[in-house]
Write a protein that binds this ligand. Sequence first.
Ligand code: SF4
Length: 196
Amino acid sequence: MPTEFDDKLNEIKQKCLNCQKCSLCHSKTNTVFSAGVPNAKIMLIGEAPGYYEDQQGEPFVGKAGKLLDQILGCVGFSRKENIYICNTLKCRPPENRDPLPEEKEACWEYLKAQVDILQPRIILLCGRVAVNSFIDTKLGITKLRGKWYEGPHFSKMMPIFHPSYLLRNDSKEKGSPKWLMWQDIKEVRRVYDQMN
Ligand code: SF4
């Protein structure tokens, strides 16, 4: 039986799927609302749908999505069981350009609602666009990643590298982006395991 929680989430999802608040609604194929388990303790927030996400209506598919699933799987996380995934922007910017400030502002309503309804205990900010939606900083992701910040609803928030960046930096040597990502995801698992 649907709970009040399901009703609220469905309501905002339906509103988002019919949204015309910015011009991206005219160029998108699908609105990409979320994937994964709504009542998960962890929410991972990416940037905006790319080509494959737009085609399939699901966040983090294609090569970057596969890499993300592998990284999460290494510590026992999966979008089928214990993680909720969404993006800062729900419609694809043409040619995968950076979201414009007015697009981010228009779409913030949906991301905020997802966070407020689901109230995850851990929020992973995947890449610069997601980080800048929650943390007011000029520092780059390399400086911010791997540290915990205070998030909404007493959550713990950590910036992490975007898997697309890791695909462009293939080294696994100590200190490389992939090695750092491995440290970060192990730390996320450690904190997750301490939560009841
Ligand atoms: S990107 Fe967000 S604000 Fe713009 S049309 Fe899509 S759902 Fe609406």
